[in-house]
Design a protein around this ligand. Sequence first.
Ligand code: ZN
Length: 307
Amino acid sequence: MFLETPDLSIYRAGNTGIDYVHTFDSGIAGPHVCINALTHGNEICGAWAVDALLREAVRPVRGKLSLSFANVGAFASFDPAHPEASRWIDEDFNRLWDVSTLDGPRQSAELTRARALRGFFATVDYLLDLHSMHTPGPAMGLSGPTRGGLDFAHRLGLPGYVVIDAGHSAGRRLRDFADFSDEASPRQGYLVECGFHFERASVEVAHQVSRRFLDLTGVCPGLAVSVVTAPQMTVRITDAITIRSDAFRFAETIDSMQVIAKAGTLIALDGNEEVRTPYDDCVIVMPAPERYMLAGMTAVRLGRRVD
Ligand SMILES: [Zn+2]
């Protein structure tokens, strides 16, 4: 397990008036590009990648570059003995990004931080939101529901899997904030799951995707060390399997991005109910770990390849 965390205390003041947000302006016309880490407080790979860009003093040659750490309150509570516990303080920061929630009366640690950041994110043209996953599996980019989002993911070329999805019924994600999910808008939000939370390889993915993103958006051309051009596999989410009983278990070990050839293959038992694949060549996307198999939660999502 890789459980080392960067020291972010030196970034607290930022340079924008918002804690832990830095913006560097080239003075030349161009997009406002942001790499954001720690939407979830225990997803440390993104923190390492943004820390590296700040330490290396990477600056834009056109447009503006912002580097931000989102749920720093949760991150501050990171304890290597209980690394899952610092995902958030009161609630999921990544389900708050619709205007009615942000403008609403509810209060939480995450809402306070989201309200401090919303004006900033509203000015961003291209957002890369760096995440990691509960279980080991290949890195994937979540391109959102729009054609523009998918095109952007394909032009970026990283990571090797692209997942088209519309988000979560529990609340809007940062990558879908404002018009990031509007087909008519050129603005893009791209969420990348870099791999398992606590694996050193996820940090390397976060570094590579970040540099490629700054290269592609034109703020730091040539920054990418190497562009991986292996074809990406693209999957459109069709189903989310919601757990109904208190006794959900997968029928056998299934891995994220595994393709199950035959329709009707048993993949799980939810109490006495069988869960079977609905069509041939069904792709398993991010099965939940056992500790999250609780009634009402999403056990796994299913998708079709769209090559
Ligand atoms: Zn996350």
